[in-house]
Design a protein around this ligand. Structure first.
Ligand SMILES: Cc1cc2nc3c(=O)[nH]c(=O)nc-3n(C[C@H](O)[C@H](O)[C@H](O)COP(=O)(O)O)c2cc1C
Length: 219
């Protein structure tokens, strides 16, 4: 499955079956977590088969059967949230490629993990994963014109980037982001309250995958 196919198939799934995630699948995910940590300096952890901790972390209200999750943590710094969004979405899409389902979860209490983190680190967000009861449903989206600005002429690579962005998860499905093209530079902004920078990292990851990083530079 390509990254684009994974983006098309991915929808948030909050109800999981009892099927255990196989050891080789977990190994592939751990490998990806290590790569993400090495590249980003984040301290992402993978927790498997621990429904008790999951239930103590997240409001159980709309999740069921969740027992596997990524904890997106890192040193408190200006870019922390955006990095958590960017690398978290990379893990979401890797999980999708491996046949799993996922859901980002913001309404958690990080206390349980505080003891395992350094004083200058914090948990930004968690992401559940497992075999879903369903594959989820496509979210309702805004039209492309309201999510980007160009000087009239939209190159194919920019359109592909926007198509990928429109498939991205955002907190409460707000899609409060704007991509502006000028020349071959692209500016991405996001205005979704507390979640702005996490959403920003997620949509930038999608844009790069759809547009091709060789076609533009970030402003
Ligand atoms: C930063 C962020 C935080 C989220 N927090 C929660 C959450 O706490 N609980 C939940 O059920 N869904 C949460 N979601 C999932 C969104 O509601 C979901 O991504 C959005 O409705 C779009 O649907 P889709 O993921 O199926 O495309 C979160 C998503 C993001 C990106």
């Amino acid at each position: 499955m390509t990254t684009m196919e994974a983006m098309q198939k991915r929808h948030s799934v909050r109800r999981y079956t009892e099927r255990e995630v196989e050891e080789e699948v977990l190994a592939a995910l751990r490998d990806e977590v290590k790569k993400c940590n090495d590249e980003s300096g984040l301290n992402i952890r993978l927790v498997a088969n621990d429904s008790e901790t999951f239930n103590s972390l997240l409001a159980k209200i709309n999740f069921s059967g969740a027992k596997n999750f990524f904890v997106l943590a890192g040193k408190v710094s200006e870019g922390l949230e955006e990095k958590a969004g960017y690398f978290g979405e990379r893990l979401v899409l890797k999980a999708q490629e491996l046949g799993l389902n996922t859901c980002w979860g913001a309404s958690f209490s990080g206390k349980k993990f505080a003891a395992q983190l350094a004083d200058d680190e914090k948990v930004v967000i968690i992401i559940s994963f497992g075999y879903g009861e369903t594959q989820g449903m496509p979210h309702k989206g805004k039209p492309m014109e309201s999510l980007c600005k160009t000087d009239g002429n939209m190159p194919d690579w920019f359109r592909s980037g926007m198509e990928a962005v429109m498939l991205a998860p955002t907190a409460v499905n707000k899609q409060k982001f704007l991509f502006t093209l000028s020349g071959n530079t692209v500016k991405a902004e996001c205005n979704n309250g507390t979640f702005s920078n996490i959403d920003l990292g997620i949509v930038k990851y999608h844009f790069e995958a759809g547009a091709g990083i060789e076609n533009f530079t970030w402003r």
